[in-house]
Design a protein. Structure first.
Length: 420
C-alpha cells in the first residue's frame, strides 16, 4: 500500500461484496444512472497512524457520512452515482477497511459502506477540486479509536458533511394479519391470483459474487423481469415485483409489499455461492425455524443480514415493527408453501440440474409473511463456472421461467380444485 500522498494502488480484486451495473451487454444498467455523477476510481492507502480512502469523480459531489456498530462500519451517502470502477468493482480491503460495497440505496441516494477491521473514527473527510485537468477527489481518513468512543459517535444523528438524503417514503399502514384464502374462497372469488416476485438483493447489497465477476443482484433482477413477462403473457395472473430496478429494498419491506398487494403467492429469487466450485444445482426453500441442514441454516443466516450489509441502523426498531413476523408457524400458510415447493421440484427437474435434497427448509426473513404462501428459489451456484455462465443467458433463464410458469399453473389448479 502507498505510504505517502493521496495516491494509493487500486485495490486488488477479491470475492468481497460490492456493487456493479452492467454485465457484458446481457444485464443492463437503468437509464437513469447515465445522468448521475460518475465515480471512476477508488484507492486505499495505509499511512502512519491512519488509513486513507480516495475516490475519483468526473464532477463535483456532495456527501455525508456516519458510523454504525455491530459490525463496525462507515456509511457514506451521496447523490445518485454512476459507478464506473475498473475490475468489475470487486475490491478487497486494507488497513482499517476490510471490504467495500456500493450502490443505489434509495432513489436519488447512492451509498458506500466500508466494513472496518476494528473500531475507527473519521479523522477528516473532504472533496478536492480538479487540478491540471484531473478528477474531483473525495478523501476520507480513518484512524483507530476505542470501542467506547466509537459507540458514542455512531448513528445517523452524528452525520458529517452537507448531503442530506431524501427522507424515506412514509411507512404504509400495517396490513392486518389474515389467514390465506382457502381454496374455496379463492375459487369462488373469480379473481386472478396475485403473485409477487422478489428479485433478491439490489443496490448497495450485491449478494453473491460469481467466479466470472457476475453479481447476484443483476441475475435475480433479469430473471424476475423475464418471469413476470411470462406470467403476464399467460393472462391468468396479476403479477407484481418488489423491485424493478437496481435498488436496495429492506427485507421487511419486501414482505410488506407482498401483503399490501394481497399476494396469494410470494416467490423470492436468488443465486447461491459455495467455497467449492464443483457444487451446482437449483434448490427451493420454504420456511422453518428448524433448518433442514447446516448449509440451509448458514445460507438463511447470511441472507437475513442484508439490511445490515446495506448500512441500515436497526438499533431503534420498535417491537411493533418486528411484529410483522408474528404467527410464523401458521399451519395453512406453511402447508401451501410446501405444496408450491414440491410442485416446483417436479417441473424444474425436467429442465435443470437440481441440488440433492432439493426442497429445503430454513428461517429466511423474506418467507415470514404470516398470511402469504412463500417460496425462495436458489436458481444455481454463481461459484460454479457452468451455472454462472448459464444464469447469464436469456435462454437458460427462459427454461427456468417455463418451469416456474408450469408449477404456478399446477399449484393454482390444485387450489381451485380444492375449492369445488
Amino acid at each position: 500500500m502507498a505510504r505517502d500522498g493521496l495516491e494509493g494502488p487500486v485495490l486488488p480484486r477479491r470475492a468481497v461484496l460490492a456493487g456493479f451495473c452492467g454485465l457484458a451487454g446481457v444485464l443492463v444498467c437503468p437509464d437513469a444512472v447515465l445522468a448521475a455523477v460518475r465515480a471512476t476510481s477508488v484507492r486505499l492507502g495505509s499511512h502512519d497512524g491512519f488509513t486513507r480512502v480516495v475516490i475519483d469523480f468526473a464532477s463535483q459531489v456532495n456527501f455525508s457520512l456516519f458510523t454504525l456498530p455491530d459490525p463496525a462500519r462507515v456509511v457514506v451517502d451521496m447523490p445518485e452515482v454512476a459507478w464506473q470502477f475498473q475490475g468489475n468493482g470487486v475490491f478487497g480491503g486494507g488497513g482499517l477497511v476490510s471490504s467495500l460495497r456500493y450502490g443505489l440505496f434509495q432513489p436519488g441516494n447512492s451509498r458506500l459502506v466500508f466494513d472496518l477491521s476494528r473500531p475507527a473514527t473519521v479523522k477528516q473527510a473532504f472533496v478536492i477540486p480538479p487540478t491540471d485537468g484531473g478528477p474531483w477527489r473525495f478523501v476520507m481518513d480513518l484512524e483507530v479509536t476505542s470501542m467506547e468512543a466509537f459507540l458514542k459517535a455512531s448513528g445517523p444523528n452524528n452525520r458529517m458533511g452537507t448531503f442530506q438524503p431524501a427522507a424515506p417514503p412514509p411507512e404504509q399502514p400495517e396490513v392486518a394479519v389474515k389467514p390465506p384464502e382457502t381454496p374455496k374462497q379463492l375459487a369462488s372469488s373469480g379473481r386472478k391470483p396475485v403473485i409477487v416476485l422478489d428479485p433478491g438483493h439490489g443496490g448497495v447489497d450485491p449478494g453473491a459474487v460469481g467466479v466470472t465477476g457476475v453479481y447476484e443482484k443483476n441475475i435475480t433482477l433479469a430473471a424476475g423481469k423475464e418471469f413476470k413477462a411470462m406470467l403476464d403473457r399467460s393472462g391468468r395472473y396479476t403479477v407484481h415485483m418488489t423491485r424493478s430496478t437496481d435498488m436496495f429494498i429492506p427485507l421487511r419491506e419486501r414482505i410488506a409489499i407482498a401483503r399490501r398487494h394481497g399476494a396469494d403467492l410470494f416467490i423470492s429469487l436468488h443465486a447461491d455461492s459455495n467455497p467449492s466450485t464443483a457444487v451446482k444445482g437449483l434448490s427451493v426453500y420454504t420456511l422453518s425455524e428448524k433448518a433442514s441442514d447446516s448449509e440451509a441454516a448458514a445460507l438463511a443466516d447470511s441472507e437475513n443480514k442484508v439490511d445490515i450489509i446495506a448500512g441500515m441502523d436497526l438499533s431503534h426498531q420498535s417491537q411493533d415493527v418486528t411484529n410483522i413476523l408474528i404467527d410464523l408457524a401458521q399451519r395453512e400458510t406453511m402447508n401451501l408453501s410446501s405444496q408450491m415447493a414440491e410442485g416446483m421440484v417436479v417441473q424444474l427437474r425436467r429442465e435443470v440440474t437440481l441440488l440433492r435434497q432439493t426442497h429445503r427448509f430454513a428461517g429466511f426473513a423474506v418467507l415470514k409473511a404470516p398470511d402469504v404462501p412463500s417460496v425462495l428459489i436458489e436458481m444455481g451456484y454463481l461459484s460454479n463456472p457452468d451455472e454462472a455462465r448459464q444464469l447469464q443467458t436469456r435462454e437458460y433463464r427462459a427454461r427456468l421461467g417455463d418451469s416456474l410458469t408450469r408449477s404456478v399453473d399446477a399449484y393454482f389448479s390444485k387450489v381451485h380444485k380444492g375449492g369445488r
